[in-house]
Ligand binder design. Sequence first.
Ligand code: DHB
Length: 528
Amino acid sequence: MRKKFLAKTLAALLGVGIFTATVPEMEIVNVAAAKSIAQTYSLNFDATRGVEKTLTYEGRQIKFIAYENIVYVKNPANVAAQSLSIYVPAEYLEGGTINGYTAKNAPIFMPNGVGGYMPGEIKPPTDNDPMSKGPNAALVALSRGLVVVSPAIRGRTTVTHGVYVGKAPALIVDYKAAVRYLRYNKNRLPAGDTDKIISNGTSAGGALSAALGSMGNAPEFEPYLKEIGAADERDDIFASSDYCPITNLENADKAYEWIFYGENKYYPAMWQLQDLKARGKLTNPNLKVDDAPLDADSANNPVEVKQAVDMTAAEIKISKKLRDAFPKYVNSLKLRDESGKLLTLDKNGNGTFKDYIKRKYIESAQDALDRGLDISGADWVIVQNGRVVDVDMTKYPAAATRMKAAPAFDKMDLSSAENDEFGTADNSPRHFSNIVKRNSGGAMADAEQIRLMNPLNFIGREDVTVAKHFRIRHGAVDRDTALAIPAILALTLQNNGVDVDFFSPWGRGHSGDYDLDMLFDWIDSICK
Ligand code: DHB
């Protein structure tokens, strides 16, 4: 109450220009941001604000109405980061039908644009996506009769009035708030079924999509949602599509070393080097940074980058500690495969859980063979008479290449994107893994902040509504996180009765939205 009063007073003072006349220039920027905090926004969707647009997809004209840059909470911490756009196929405004859907029952496709735990921007439909150089998921979704909602989302670098307002778990709070905005406006929206909301995201955005799907209506988010003036509505969703989710961060270092232990050279991705440079954390003078904007090929491509770095003695030492800790973690989860078999690891890291991971790679390679691809270059795959019979996990690390020194996520020197994500409002990075914190010292993130970022703390709870359907993809040569991490998510969901479509596409590295026809076929299969 008191806070609100102060904010209103500040806004009133700004209105007559007292502050701007007396403070230095740097301060004016911050005060302007404070003004944006003080302003209250209406949650009522205004259906008169639509603009008709047309794009071409596969030779067809896709006509849609765009309702853009709508603030989705009453008291945004950051106006640009808490706005969304809605795109509706034009036919629905004339009572038409597309792909068997109508204005009333069209699913709502709600991708997030988060990457690297940075702020996510609104992604309008386009036929020339800067990453893929082709149509983006939003345009394909419209062509298939889906309503598209694209929210901006706070990220680890979002600043308002000098304060970092987008650290964990702000991204989940915002995605939930956007869902609540849609539910609040369900009778004002021109089209779309708010009980058929489907999230989509890649990497950090995949983790976010998984979080939205796993944490529906979780009461512990209530104070965060109240603080920004989110609508008082449900925030569970129908389905979640997650490409290479960088999730379960406090355990991901162990999973990474379970795979990559013994591989003591790493090949950083260019986006990582750019990110380190931007934050003044690039300490290795031998590493060259290409400042050109990245596309889907250059962002994660180790072969083009070709900069090998040797792990230090300290990194090799912690690699072993982390690897040795993974079996105990896996065994604590009591995961079961489709046939009900318990998935465990012995102290050497072997056992039924490893067999399960191998089966996912075998399935991937077999699928590639069945599609007529030549997989003979993959020396870690064992083929006999046209069948993939085994994979050699001792050869896999060299084939996939290590991208991150140990620890992969919670860096001893607090330099990673994730340390930044778990940082403070004044931008000090923090640890989030007990092993790393014990080993290297430095500040630890709040236990609650860490807990709220991990879907595994929510799945199976009575007071949480988990999405009915998940589609999880993690490329067979993705080296940003170990396949074990999305596998643990998929198995946990499955073991709690959720319908999960989990697959590791052959030859794929760290990327998303590469199989849009199949993604939207899956959406049709669960919605119709
Ligand atoms: C992303 C990739 C990573 O390897 C990581 O650690 C965090 C985020 C990403 O692409 O979003």
